[in-house]
Design a protein around this ligand. Sequence first.
Ligand code: PRX
Length: 673
Amino acid sequence: MHFRPKGAVQIGQTHRVTQGGRLTIMTAIYTASQDFSASAHVDAAGYDRLYAESVKDPESFWAREAQRIDWIRPFTKVKDTSFAPGNVSIKWFEDGTLNLSANCIDRHMIKRANQTAIIWEPDDPKTPAKHITYTELLEQTCRLANVLKAHGVERGDRVVLYMPMIPEAAYAMLACARIGAIHSVVFGGFSPDALANRINDSEAKVVITADFGPRGGKKTPLKANTDAALLHCDDRVKCLVVKHTGDQTSWVDGRDVDLKAEMAAAKPYCPYVEMGAEDPLFILYTSGSTGKPKGVLHTTGGYLVYAAMTHQITFDYHDGDVFWCTADVGWVTGHSYIVYGPLANGATTVMFEGVPTYPDAGRFWEVIAKHKVTQFYTAPTAIRSLMGLGAEWVEKHDLSSLKLLGSVGEPINPEAWNWYHTHVGKGAVPVVDTFWQTETGGHIITPLPGAIPQKPGSATKPFFGVKCVVLDAATGQVQEATETEGVLCITDSWPGQMRTLWGDHQRFEEAYFSQYKGMYFTGDGCRRDADGYYWITGRVDDVLNVSGHRMGTAEIESALVAHADVAEAAVVGFPHDIKGQGIYAYVTLMKGIEPSDDLRKDLIKWVRTEIGPIASPDLIQWAPGLPKTRSGKIMRRILRKIAENDFGALGDTSTLADPAVVDDLIANRMNRG
Ligand code: PRX
């Protein structure tokens, strides 16, 4: 039985919380119990002292923290970073060398050879779970690394992973890191086109996939999608296939490789390569406010220090705990908190192939009870959808192993926070609402559970070394008052920060450092309350957050206009009870094309094919015209208001070229909720 200190509740404080357009009044701050704080890695005094040190003397702070990982050659330089316009450059521990796979596996062999590294829970609960020890993880990673080498993968080469949530995904990531190859994981829900774009942009030599990806009793045809993608890629790209479900797929001799068979025949050991701290580790494509997805690049040393530290401290991970992050490895959350952070800490990490509602709405809770999970980390969208299905699904299972709950991906509305805390945590465990991004590598604003009292809906305070400022969005003025509202920027680097965009450093500078000179712009709005707590209010750029998935409106628009019947399209978000934000598309058809429900369905299908199901528009409104300024710029502010069904206060419309367009859009609006 795991030690499970009880939390306590303080009543009496009142906060006004505005989220999703609704005003909620909160009345509680939750603090961890004295027992929890006493055994936590960081307590309240510790947070204040260490945070002050981390921003005043980052060199000493990070030199010390970097000792949590093993270096082959110790670094002599800690930090060499600049956010100066035209000269953004970020280097941490740059003359140190290490291997990430050795840090996540080999160094644990003395103490943890027989400890479970990964608990794999399959989609179908009738299939037995797998407990993979550190010894097995080493062997499988080595075998996979040897297969990659046999197919010509060398240090610096790119390998794309398009995989289900199976142990081979973790082996493949670690195998790349072992031999110095750069992986780029593409979420299995993306379409062949999206996959092809990522293979081509990263100039990958190899794609690793599986025959099918089972999820919720359905099978995603990953191999068939890869076949379709590879039609648009260089002929030399090899395709390593995990025969996972065993269902039949097509097979291209000379290009396709049976990965499990080759792993079985490969040598069980592969030496690891000595990598520089600033050698690239992975590329992860993410949506921005303009153009095609951006290849966010993370490097080895700083990323690992930061992933390991945040995993240990934010989740208060201790030896013997069982940590479960429900994300997919196709997203950064899966990179940092299923694979790299936990394994660097010698943890036991759960990898779940399925979905929260299969075979029933109790699956998450059943898995927690089955594997005695101590820390559980999921997204608000999952909490909201399970909340809607009723607490009885939670009550059926023994959740007494839980010590902490976490949330990530989007603002968590206080109702969902309270439900999570009350029904899943039984009112007795801390809830950490972790704010971060693909770009930040790990948490940047988060409660430390034994140190920082939690207010439902607030990500609370900055993590060590992260210097947050709130700026007035229009003037760019730093807001000095504690209680304020504006856009969130960060003024100095931390080790987990992205280094550049793959192949496009100029776009990196433009996307993140040009709006507010000398600062990293998160793209998020926020409020800071009188206690210095941060409340993230959501993206202020043209990026949507749909079920915790990041989508660029520009990407969806270009998919829509690629359809032969579409002349013009504008996409905005609107509040959605479960997804957080839904996708609302205004579509102007080509002359002579009649709108119809069939065409609407066809357009939705089209976007799914171009990008993937996560980008499917929820609502499509036929727009005879779009509201534009006389210079031709679409006035998105107006489109957002109409999509939100809040058209009473459209603001100044006098600059519109044709104000009548707005009346038509209002009259035919799709969201009347
Ligand atoms: O808008 C913020 C939101 O998710 C964005 C980052 O998305 P992505 O790079 O896909 O990474 C998601 C997982 C780290 C942010 O710009 N976001 C993430 N976590 C939170 C959040 N918004 C509010 N509260 C959070 N805890």
